[in-house]
Design a protein around this ligand. Sequence first.
Ligand code: HCB
Length: 225
Amino acid sequence: MPTDTLSAMRQSIIDGAPDTASNLAQQAIAAGLAPIDAINNGYVPGMHDVGEQFAKGQMYLPDMMASAEAMRAAMAVLDPELRKLGTERPKAGVVVLGTTKGDIHEIGKILVGTLLTAHGFQVHDLGVDVAGEKFAAKAREVNADIVGVSALLTTTMRNQRTVVEALEKAGLRSQVKVMVGGAPVTRRWAEEIGADGYAANAMSAVTLAQELMQQKLQAVVTQPA
Ligand code: HCB
């Protein structure tokens, strides 16, 4: 994708300009450019800039909200394009997705859900501010293979542990893999809370989900009769 298009996409997020973000996404689709390239190399870097400026006190909450709006406007155009790819593939697995209790950040989680869908996973998105018990109840209802838990705040990432615990309490832990992600989350944290994996971005979440499905399959094959 041309670098000036990517930097215009990035700038539309920094400016909190939904119309520009949406128009640029439409132009990219019309020109046959890859939606995932626009997201990863255009819009997401804009979100990261916004986070850094907010941390330095150079941006305030309303600015960050406007940037999130712009990101949503771009995603509204790109999401259906990415999802189309999923219908062409066999079902890869069932995933329950959500953001932890106390946390309303949803952009990264939505992106993970979109890419999983594009790769053939059936995704049940519980939204934001989701308690551990709700993850477990949905996992039981839809016979989930994987539960994906997002957390963007250092104060809410500890609630990822409560999701693992809720699955244990519901007797589902042996059949449901748990993957965690979100800006403050690390591989080490995933290990510490007993999750099965950590993904730094939406594309690695897809790779991780595919690996976790392989592990589930292996476990079935090697189980004594
Ligand atoms: Co928010 N916010 N925010 N925020 N916010 C962050 C997260 C800070 C880091 C900004 C900063 O200080 N630098 C900071 C957290 C500091 C901390 O805890 N260490 C922060 C703060 C402090 C707050 C409030 C407390 C501000 C306030 O009210 N004073 C408040 C909290 C509200 C709450 O949740 N209770 C708040 C509010 C907001 C909004 C509402 C304005 C808005 C969210 C809008 C929305 O989602 N609808 C917002 C935003 C946009 C951000 C930043 C700027 C961007 C987040 C984002 O969308 N990133 C963020 C700064 C940052 O993260 N650098 C800032 C882009 C996506 C694509 O990345 O990391 O979310 P991602 O997801 C990736 C990746 O992590 C992974 O794949 C995704 C896709 O590539 N992944 C998974 C994510 N989940 C996964 C799950 C899996 O299973 C696997 C992989």
